[in-house]
Design a protein around this ligand. Structure first.
Ligand code: K2U
Ligand code: ZN
Length: 180
């Protein structure tokens, strides 16, 4: 297994639409293992392949990781939201690709997600609570959507400006923290 570097805003790969996975082979199984190790190490409760530079439609999740409970790793290949509640819920979201920034996001309180598992079986999961947020957040990543896209234009532009400046400084060899 391997811990992989997580891409940071404004990396353009984070804005690509990921490609469906046609064959679940040794490469995909190794990718899912590496994604889970990277997620647990971050630590996080979810991770999408584009965040580690792979523009393919696979996500991993483990809501138990938040409470430090027994791990319950999930691997979802070609996940698709096939149903969502009218009821919405506000959740404070962060993102491993936008470190140290959190904001409230409104999303459907529960979702039904269809996907393929590592054995190639078609499955569906009904999720509410934290798992619903994780699955919506990660499936957004597969479509090049970030949680900051649900914020006001002012807030989003401020975050993108901050991370773009940090990326330029890092590329030029400097590195200066900045309040926003
Ligand atoms: O995709 C990611 O960046 C992983 C996120 C997923 C997530 C964001 C907001 C709310 C729930 C999940 C990381 O897990 S963010 C870090 C984190 C860690 C524990 C609990 C919540 C968020
Ligand atoms: Zn994220």
């Amino acid at each position: 297994m391997a811990k992989l570097p997580i891409l940071i805003l404004p990396d353009p790969v984070l804005r690509k639409v990921a490609t469906p996975i046609a064959t679940i082979d040794k490469r995909i199984r190794k990718l899912s293992e590496d994604m889970l190790e990277t997620m647990y190490d971050a630590p996080g409760v979810g991770l999408a392949a584009p965040q580690i530079g792979v523009t393919e439609r696979i996500i991993v999740a483990d809501p138990a990781n938040e409470e430090g409970a027994e791990p319950q790793p999930m691997v979802l290949i070609n996940p698709e939201i096939v149903g969502s509640s009218e009821e919405t819920k506000v959740w404070e979201e962060g993102c491993l690709s936008i470190p140290d920034y959190v904001e409230d996001v409104i999303r459907p309180a529960s979702v039904r997600v269809a996907y393929t598992d590592l054995e190639g079986e078609a499955r569906e999961v009904e999720a509410d609570g934290l798992l619903a947020v994780i699955l919506q957040h990660e499936i957004d990543h597969l479509n090049g959507v970030l949680f900051i896209d649900y914020l006001s234009r002012l807030k989003r532009e401020r975050v993108v400006k901050k991370f773009t400046k940090q990326a330029k400084l890092a590329a030029a060899g400097g590195d200066e923290p900045e309040m926003i």
